[in-house]
Design a protein around this ligand. Structure first.
Ligand code: CMC
Length: 432
């Protein structure tokens, strides 16, 4: 029982009502309003969940004002510097960093699940070659439930475990196959001797005609990008996964729902939108005119890769990715790249502009990730698909947490109804 209470009083003389206040381990307290309707006959109104904690979670913590992001308590900067992606995936899934034996066993099991059912390869030919990779991903990941019936009993812990391994292991294969299908090149089977990230790059860029040699700087950059995107508490796609999961839907269907939600340009689709915006601006000299359009809210123009619902400070992921971006451009001898110069000039101008300062709009993770992908020759339409591959770890951890939570119920928001009240039907012949 909570000791702290919040009292809700009314201006029309109705008696006031008390609600318990809960504290987490860190972050704002929450008022438990679950009994609000029973006690008052009223709902809360909170479109966009601006002030609503939809669940309790012990996975990821963000302090948006301070620009802090932690997975299971560990600062993102330390994880991005010292760990590889699968180490971070283990942490997110299990709550603790693995010891050397646990890491070897985890890498081994993920590696051994990386191949997909051969019949799934033929599923791709139902799509147009020029289909957007996110459309293909939604379809193929949803279809996994039709291929792996044996692990969709959500009430069995071992089944949940196997689905988690399958999703984390197969997403690089499925994502790379999406790219290969798009390119008209043969699918590359995963190679178990390669690391998770090298294997993904091999399946993307290798061909049967020549030996693929991984570049350690590029592998490290992609691995770091995967770490930065692995989880981000209750964002739109994670909340979508949780909402779908609350109905008892199988994990493959839930992750497919998450992919659909991530696709939007206000969410994961922003990395693609940043590149389109930079292309549209074209030259440093055009920045002032573009910024003016954004400020005038002309034709819905927005500075893509800027702003965040939670971060009202520099997104800590953006700082790390900016450094990584410079490392990659140096390695590829692209330091004088026009795009990076344009992005940096745009960032500088925006950070000094009153419009952005007043609204606390800072660069987010997507501002620089697209430039790294572009430098590596990854087509713009694949950017959000790589985000989905990384975020699968967070989605599946959040889904597992939801299933194990005794407070969990089917997600079913209510509404403030503003439509017509009851009226009688007029026969067609009498309608004007
Ligand atoms: N460019 C111009 N103005 C902006 C921007 C932007 N990128 N973002 C917010 N604003 C303005 C907005 O118009 C509003 O102005 P006003 O007060 O005059 O009406 C004010 O800032 C507050 O914005 P909001 O829409 O209430 O903020 P929100 O928390 O609902 O939206 C957001 C957050 C991320 C959807 C939004 O900032 C945005 O659309 N940014 C561009 C897309 C983007 O980069 N998304 C990636 C997010 S990070 C990756 C991920 O986690 O998915």
């Amino acid at each position: 029982m909570s000791e702290k209470l919040a009292t809700l009083s009314f201006s029309d003389g109705k008696p006031s009502v008390d609600f318990p206040v809960f504290s987490g381990s860190v972050g704002p307290d929450v008022i438990d309003v679950r009994a609000l309707y029973a006690k008052t006959g009223m709902f809360t109104y909170d479109p966009g969940f601006m002030s609503t904690a939809s669940c309790r979670s012990s996975i990821t913590y963000i302090d948006g004002d301070e620009g802090i992001l932690q997975y299971r308590g560990y600062p993102i900067e330390q994880l991005a510097e010292s760990c590889d992606f699968l180490e971070v995936a283990y942490l997110i899934l299990n709550g603790e960093l693995p010891n050397p034996q646990q890491k070897t066993a985890f890498d081994d099991i993920v590696t051994k699940h990386s191949m997909v059912h051969e019949q799934l390869s033929r599923f791709y030919s139902g799509f147009r070659r020029d289909a957007h990779p996110m459309a293909v991903l939604c379809g193929v990941v949803g279809a996994l439930s039709a291929f792996y019936h044996d692990s969709i009993n959500i009430h069995d812990e071992r089944s949940r475990e196997i689905s988690a391994f399958r999703l984390i292991a197969k997403l690089p294969t499925i994502t790379a196959m999406t790219y290969k299908y798009n390119m008209g090149q043969p699918f590359m089977y995963p190679k178990n001797k390669l690391s998770y990230t090298d294997n993904f790059l091999y399946m993307m860029f290798g061909t049967p005609c020549e030996e693929y040699v991984p570049n350690p700087v590029i592998s490290r950059a992609i691995d770091r990008i995967l770490i930065l995107h692995a989880d981000h508490e209750q964002n739109a796609s994670t909340s979508t996964v949780r909402l779908a999961g609350s109905t008892g839907a199988n994990p493959f269907a839930c992750i497919s729902a998450g992919i659909a939600s991530l696709w939007g340009p206000a969410h994961g689709g922003a990395n693609e939108a940043v590149l389109k915006m930079l292309d549209e601006i074209g030259d440093v000299k055009n920045i002032p005119a573009f910024i003016k359009r954004v400020k005038d809210k002309d034709g819905h123009a927005m500075l893509m890769g800027f702003g965040h619902r939670v971060y009202k400070n520099y997104d800590p992921r953006a700082k790390i990715i900016q450094r990584t971006c410079h490392e990659v451009l140096e390695e590829l001898d692209m330091k004088d790249n026009k795009l990076i110069k344009l992005a940096m000039a745009l960032e500088k101008i925006a950070l000094e502009d009153d419009y952005f300062i007043k609204r606390k709009l800072y660069p987010n993770v997507d501002f620089y990730s697209g430039i790294v992908y572009k430098a590596l020759g990854i087509p713009v339409s694949m950017f959000t698909a790589i985000f989905a591959l990384a975020r699968t770890v967070g989605w599946i951890a959040q889904w597992k947490e939801l299933i194990a939570d005794t407070d969990q119920k089917i997600g079913r928001p209510r509404q403030l109804f503003t439509g017509a009240t009851r009226r009688d039907l007029v026969p067609m012949a009498k309608r004007k």
